[in-house]
Design a protein around this ligand. Structure first.
Ligand SMILES: Nc1ncnc2c1ncn2[C@@H]1O[C@H](COP(=O)(O)OP(=O)(O)OP(=O)(O)O)[C@@H](O)[C@H]1O
Length: 381
């Protein structure tokens, strides 16, 4: 059985922003899945929905089966237990997620006390072990967050995420705020820990190159949908969807002469999720869009062995690739793609306010009152 099975997940924020519009994903135990996409494509919303951490008023539909149990319909008591022991999350910007007035050892020990029913001494001992596991001396347990560097704080976040031996870790841009050297160290740390402990990992980033280096498989999101999925290296080196290709071009492998992507960015912005274009949402920016792309959305279809892409150019036998002039439904590309949309929606800094645990269980919570309750399910059973 899959560790995680996401089926037709949909999330709409108050005001009508359809941030996630029908995502299907699966993850095997010990597998590392990278989720890529530009800012505003719905990656963080997906991460929050997996752990039922969405802000009040968000409408959720679909299923999130963790070890076969639907996180979206389980009772709150069960959700709390699952959040640490079943699945945990590492956010970017550890300073926002750690509680400034509590020692880090206490913050790591808190979920162990609550969810592992450890004695205070046992929880403290385990906190020290976890610090060592993430490359910090156990003695740093007595430090406050401001006494640590950004990289050290991110290590603490990872220690906290590991505290109750979760089966799944969701890491949302875990290295974005860090410099390149520290970023590499943290990525190797996550990779090593996940590998050793057979934990499933969903790593979210806008940087396809980072994900291709770290993960087994990649899912590329655009406007709240997965538009391409497959083995990480293959998706990065030879994307089948024009958006996947553009994303890879936007982040070339520096110093790799074999890289066939030019270092140019993708023009325009993802659409406002409250006004997603008709047909394929990428068509206004797509260099190989056909007339029919404005009218017809494309489902994910087979695009080679263990690969799927939602593009009209990908044939049912998985042979077509964007830009090769092949249209699965037989139409020549238009000469000019429509002009890029401007002005992606602003999330109002919401991401900076997210804590590590929505219900704020003790000092580890990084509590944000707006997240003490879940959204309303649009298809509540
Ligand atoms: N609480 C909210 N209320 C309304 N809209 C929101 C809320 N949070 C996010 N959104 C909108 O949902 C869309 C998806 O946001 P999300 O943060 O999931 O994207 P993302 O791909 O993770 O981007 P980033 O990398 O910038 O975090 C954005 O357009 C954002 O403005």
């Amino acid at each position: 059985m899959s560790l995680l099975e996401v089926r037709d997940l949909k999330v709409t924020y108050p005001g009508g922003a359809a941030a996630v519009r029908g995502v299907d994903l699966s993850l095997a135990p010990g597998e590392k899945l990278g989720v890529a996409g530009e800012s505003g494509c719905g990656k963080s919303t997906l991460a929050l929905a997996l752990l039922r951490l969405l802000p009040p008023g968000a409408r959720v539909g679909g299923e999130v089966l963790l070890d076969g149990e639907d996180v979206l319909t389980m009772k709150w008591g069960r959700v709390r237990a699952v959040r640490w022991a079943g699945a945990s999350i590492v956010f970017q910007g550890a300073m926002h997620s750690l509680n400034a007035v509590h020692r880090i050892g206490d913050q790591i020990a808190e979920p162990i006390l609550l969810h592992r029913r450890a004695t205070p001494a046992g929880a403290r001992k385990r906190a020290g072990e976890l610090l060592e596991q993430v490359g910090l001396p156990a003695a740093r347990a007595s430090a406050y967050p401001h006494e640590l560097s950004g990289g050290q704080r991110q290590r603490v976040m990872i220690a906290m995420a590991l505290a109750c031996d979760p089966r799944l870790i969701v890491a949302d841009e875990p290295t974005t705020a860090l410099d390149v050297m520290i970023q590499a160290q943290i990525l190797r740390l996550i990779e090593g820990l996940v590998g050793e402990q057979d934990v499933g990992l969903i790593m979210i980033s806008h940087d396809l190159a980072v994900l291709a280096d770290t993960c087994d498989r990649l899912a590329v999101m655009y406007a709240g949908r997965v538009v391409e999925e497959g083995p990480a290296r293959q998706v990065y080196d030879d994307a089948r969807h024009p958006y996947g290709r553009a994303l890879a071009e936007a982040f070339p492998t520096i110093g790799d002469p074999a890289s066939r992507f030019a270092p140019r960015g993708l023009p325009g912005d993802p659409p406002d999720p409250a006004a997603v274009p008709s047909g394929c949402a990428f068509h206004p920016r797509c260099p190989v869009a056909l007339d029919l792309c404005a009218a017809q959305d494309q489902p994910l279809r087979e695009a080679g062995a263990r690969r799927r892409a939602a593009c009209v150019h990908v044939g049912s036998d998985g042979t077509g690739t964007p830009g090769d002039g092949t249209a699965a439904e037989g139409e020549a590309p238009t000469e000019d793609a429509a002009p890029a949309r401007e002005g992606a929606a602003d999330d109002g800094g919401a991401s900076a306010e997210r804590g590590a645990s929505a219900e704020g269980e003790g000092p580890a919570g990084g509590r944000d009152a707006s997240m003490e309750d879940d959204g309303v399910r649009s298809s509540a059973p």
